[in-house]
Design a protein. Structure first.
Length: 320
């Protein structure tokens, strides 16, 4: 029996063939874009594409930041400058005193405090209802779960105007309790908590959590409460941040429902109070008050935008 030469043995050994296989595995095709590499080398595309990108970026910045900057400019101008030249800068100079005057004369601080109380209460009630409801429907999975899920989903197809009158009558006289919640913050907190969209979003996120983790926790003796607080909620931080941010911004800009259930001016949020005080306030102070009211949601989004975008982009409860 003849043996192979040493060179052939080395060439045909698995150790020698491994680098070749590694090279073939690592050589992956590049992702193709809308514009091919050959087209990118053309002068028209090479120089025209960056110009188009810069123009689009400038347009997006103007559309997004432009109204906020104009509101700031108007809030630091006189009423005459706003009426004579809305697009001029400061013909009469910057009126820095408009912001403290709006805070004191229009009582922006009091209205912002009411708005913060409404937003925080709506946040707590919404997170409690949507997390517990989604936990029951997604993790505990009772027999009547699909029926409740379908009923919750069906409410999304009803316009808000249809449920406005029944909801208002319910606030005037609560079932079973028989109390009137008008001119109380509970009248805003409770309807805000019963949002079908947040419950379904949270349920969809809980469905993506692997059942193996839940079963392992049950084998270790975890109760439903321990399972909810120690496993489900820590894994759901991204979607909790998204729901929290949407709830705060939604309650901050809500106008119709607080106008109906909070007729007392001392209880009204900023969204309801500003149109009411506009009749007796200079337009420059109105613009300053509007800028202060808009600034807080914008700052909140800029602070938590990473968590918001992460929660929106994640399709599953756990990344593999």
């Amino acid at each position: 029996m003849t043996s192979l030469p040493v060179t052939e043995q080395v060439a045909t050994s698995p150790e020698a063939a491994a680098p070749a296989r590694r090279k073939r595995r690592t050589a992956e095709p590049q992702e193709r874009g809308i514009i091919s590499p050959a087209d990118r080398r053309r002068p028209l595309i090479q120089y025209g594409l960056p110009i188009i990108q810069v123009l689009l970026f400038i347009g997006v910045v103007i559309a997004g930041v432009g109204p906020l900057l104009w509101l700031l400019k108007s809030g630091l101008s006189t009423s005459q400058d706003i009426l004579r030249g809305p697009m001029q800068l400061w013909p009469s100079g910057i009126q820095w005193q408009n912001i403290p005057n709006a805070w004191n004369q229009v009582q922006i601080g009091s209205y912002l405090g009411n708005t913060a109380i409404i937003a925080i209460g709506s946040l707590i009630s919404t997170l409690f209802v949507c997390t517990t409801g989604a936990f029951v429907l997604s993790v505990l999975r009772p027999k009547w779960g699909p029926i409740i899920t379908g009923a919750v989903l069906a409410t999304l197809f009803l316009p808000g105007v249809i449920s406005l009158v029944p909801l208002y009558l319910t606030i005037l006289k609560m079932p079973v309790l028989g109390v009137n919640l008008q001119n109380t913050f509970w009248a805003v907190w409770l309807p805000q908590a019963a949002g079908a969209f947040n419950i379904l979003v949270m349920k969809r996120y809980f469905d993506a959590i692997p059942r193996e983790l839940i079963e392992a926790a049950r084998i270790d003796g975890a109760s439903n409460l321990r399972l909810f607080t120690s496993l489900i909620l820590p894994l759901s931080k991204p979607i909790l941040g998204v729901v929290a941010l949407l709830t705060v911004i939604g309650s901050w800009k809500d106008y119709l429902w607080p106008l109906l259930v909070l007729p007392d001016p001392k209880m009204q949020p900023i969204s309801v109070a500003l149109p009411r005080v506009a009749e007796t306030t200079e337009i420059s102070l109105q613009m300053s008050a509007l800028f202060l009211a808009v600034l807080i949601p914008v700052v909140l989004f800029l602070i938590f935008q990473k968590q918001f975008l992460k929660g929106v982009g994640m399709s599953g409860g756990i990344k593999e």
